[in-house]
Design a protein around this ligand. Structure first.
Ligand code: HEM
Length: 169
């Protein structure tokens, strides 16, 4: 596993930025995530395709779980992101600067959102009928799931801002 990740990193990123392969991959995955999630919510809202909505949401969560795990291993053990950000006019080591502020704001959303998703999915799987359909749990799911979806959207937007400040500017 370590060797594979180290080799992936040697490939450099595939975007014309200072990002590594994994940073670019997560950046693009977060962009792709938003329209898929919007489509999945539209499936229940306008077309009553509840079972398909369930599968898409569980699928998205699994893909994100793998991406986030690989990403975490990468930035913790292989990539010195601060060295990559050093060329940015918005970065200064060891002091508050736009890059650090953007990272903290991003983490405020990025850390709780996966837990919220796990909770929303576990409860939905337990409390909706099979195949998935509206039930007495609908009201609570709609409130919780909207918060979870907003958390994901804000994680993505704040992540893009951080990526731009650190690795593009
Ligand atoms: C984190 C994952 C999920 C998110 C973000 C999510 C998001 C949403 C949202 C925003 C709505 C409301 C749409 C509206 O405004 O009318 C909704 C409805 C619904 N979701 Fe999910 N969902 C998730 C997972 C699931 C799962 C795993 C299931 C099934 C086990 C499920 C079943 C349903 C059903 C049946 C409805 C329709 C409720 C009704 O209108 O009575 N969802 N979902």
């Amino acid at each position: 596993m370590d060797v594979i990740l180290a080799q992936i990193n040697d490939l450099h990123g595939f975007l014309p930025t200072r990002g590594t392969f994994m940073l670019d991959f997560v950046f693009v995955a977060m962009i792709a995530m938003i329209p898929v999630m919007a489509w999945s919510i539209g499936l229940v809202r306008y077309r009553r395709r509840y079972e398909l909505h369930k599968r898409v949401q569980v699928g998205l969560a699994l893909i994100l779980l793998v991406a986030v795990l690989l990403f975490e291993i990468d930035v913790r053990f292989f990539t010195d992101w601060e060295a990559l950000a050093a060329a940015s006019p918005y970065y200064q080591a060891d002091t508050w600067c736009p890059v650090w502020i953007a990272l903290v704001v991003h983490l405020l959303f990025a850390v709780p959102t996966p837990f919220l998703w796990a909770f929303v999915i576990a409860q939905a799987l337990r409390r909706f009928p099979r195949p998935a359909a509206p039930s007495a749990y609908s009201r609570l799911h709609i409130v919780r799931a909207r918060v979870a979806a907003a958390g994901m959207l804000l994680t993505a937007v704040t992540g893009w801002i951080f990526y731009w400040l650190a690795f593009v500017a």
